[in-house]
Design a binder for this molecule. Structure first.
Ligand code: ATP
Ligand code: MG
Length: 477
């Protein structure tokens, strides 16, 4: 007999038929009720074992974590909590799980404890739901761009360009670190390295993505990015996934419009396609909230927050307006911010972003036209010569979720900018070629995939929305 997945079985179409399921035992109650999970859904299938008809030795092996194959008739359940159950006619243990050693007990474990057993935490309801939602979001990202005619481009993971300027990079080398080849003046001889010069793990696919947009029109990347930044926060990973669309013939306005449409699409997609898993996480978040002091509690539940974001326009505010709001805000005047906003030009910290989103506007905010001095070299200079056409989308509970800009397409202006920022033209010769040959106005942005999944699942720590998080001091598994 063919195995059938629990998600399918729960539709009830096989009522009265013999079925076969395989999965992992979550609990075994009263020597009679097996709660079986096979990962297809967070819902367990109840299997009822008539213990008089089974060997005592076999029943003893039905333990939490064991994998089993069960055959029996699908019937309407007598008990509460499930519509259907299986009357077991045969049960085979596929893999034992010693209850004295198995770290996952049928009780609530802390997220910190589960991070130490990341290889097993996927077997819990919470992480099963997160993994499934993460998958749905990956699919939604590709669907959104595919439907709009964007071309997915794989940009390199090992990069020879060191001018991306988005953060500290991880060096890639095959040199013998104990005894590297040296040049005459005693420095490490990079020309002897695998690629003949210094290489790093990419921090962003944008620059290479731009070259593709200058031919294909509209492209997006969706790949791993790496930042050796020592920021031990609940929103930073050393290895994370980023989605970077890049559009020719598109200005900052069009860029902000696409960013908003995109994140709303992802949120709506989750609401539509992840109902069960979201309901589970919504309840989890509500329980967690109850244990927090009143001021730290969320005003809205998880699903409520998602619905709010999907249906309300984001607030669009210039950096200059935001500085005014922050300067006159209570926490600034009462010196409650760690970084007090004194003058125009200050870089915004997470506390300021969250004040704007959570306290002032009470909705997602798109901030734009930032001071040139705090932004990257490739962002397009505005007429005022002080600001650049940059934009960040800020989310409640998360802070920055998207960073983007209209790109500087004017060769002379770009070269001036490189000079000011001490970046050598020769290091970016290929990038400058896009401005030399058929340059065009273009724009793009980067969405941190894990921050989006964090928002959708309501998880407070980014380490809990990627299967195996990499953070300073931790690359286990
Ligand atoms: P932050 O100020 O939060 O460090 P950033 O300005 O360095 O962000 P960008 O370089 O604009 O971020 O990257 C684009 C997006 O990638 C960000 O909006 C964010 O969603 C995500 N991101 C950036 N750094 C990280 C990280 N270390 N871990 C996870 N996601 C990140
Ligand atoms: Mg950063």
């Amino acid at each position: 007999m063919q195995r059938i997945k629990i998600k399918e079985l729960l539709k009830g179409e096989k009522l009265g038929k013999q079925v076969k399921v395989m999965g992992w035992v979550r609990t075994f109650r009263s020597n009679r009720f097996v709660a079986l999970n096979d990962g297809s859904t967070s819902n367990n299938m109840q299997a009822v074992v008539d213990f008089e008809n089974f060997e005592e030795a076999l029943l003893k092996r039905i333990t939490t974590g064991a994998s089993v194959s069960i055959t029996g008739e699908l019937v309407e359940s007598q008990g509460k909590g499930q519509a259907f159950e299986i009357m077991v006619s045969s049960l085979e243990i596929l893999g034992d799980s010693d209850p004295d050693e198995y770290p996952l007990q049928p009780k609530k474990h802390s997220l910190e404890f589960l991070r130490d057993i990341a290889h097993l935490r996927v077997r819990t309801n919470t992480f099963g739901a997160i993994y499934r939602i993460r998958h749905q979001m990956i699919y939604a990202v590709h669907t959104f761009f595919h439907n709009k005619g964007f071309v997915n481009v794989h940009t390199p993971i090992i990069t020879g360009s060191d001018a991306e300027g988005a953060g500290e990079m991880f060096r890639v080398t095959s040199l013998n670190l104990e005894n590297p080849p040296k040049t005459e003046d005693g420095k490490v001889d990079e020309s002897k390295d695998f690629f003949g010069h210094e290489t790093n793990l990419t921090v962003s696919g944008q620059l290479e993505g731009e070259t593709a947009a200058m031919a294909l029109g509209e492209i997006y990347t969706f790949g791993p990015t790496f930042r050796a930044e020592n920021s031990n926060t609940s929103r930073h990973l050393a290895e994370f996934w980023m989605i970077e669309p890049e559009m020719a013939f598109c200005d900052l306005q069009g860029n902000m419009d696409l960013a908003e449409e995109f994140v709303k699409y992802l949120v709506s997609y989750a609401l539509e396609n992840c109902k069960e898993d979201l309901a589970l996480l919504d309840k989890r978040a509500a329980d967690e909230d109850k244990s927090k002091p009143q001021i730290e509690r969320n005003e809205m539940g998880l699903i409520e927050r998602l619905e709010f974001v999907a249906t309300n326009d984001f607030e669009r505010v210039t950096y200059t307006q935001a500085i005014e709001i922050l300067r006159n805000s209570k926490p600034n005047k009462k010196k409650k911010f760690k970084y007090i906003i004194e003058e125009w030009g200050a870089d915004l910290q997470s506390e300021h972003e969250r004040f704007l989103v959570e306290k002032h506007f009470k909705k997602p905010v798109t901030l734009y036209n930032y001071p040139a001095t705090i932004k990257a070299f490739y962002m397009r200079a505005n007429e005022d010569n002080k600001t650049v056409a940059a934009m960040d989308v800020l989310f409640p509970g998360i802070g920055e979720i998207i960073g983007g800009s209209q790109r500087e397409e004017r060769l002379d202006v770009l070269k001036e900018k490189l000079a000011v920022m001490n970046i050598e033209e020769k290091d970016l010769w290929w990038y400058l070629d896009t401005r030399k040959f058929g340059t065009a106005p273009h724009s793009g942005f980067g969405l941190g995939f894990e921050r989006m999944v964090q928002f959708i699942t309501g998880m407070g720590n980014i380490r809990d929305v990627i299967p195996f998080p990499r953070t300073p001091g931790n690359a286990e598994f």
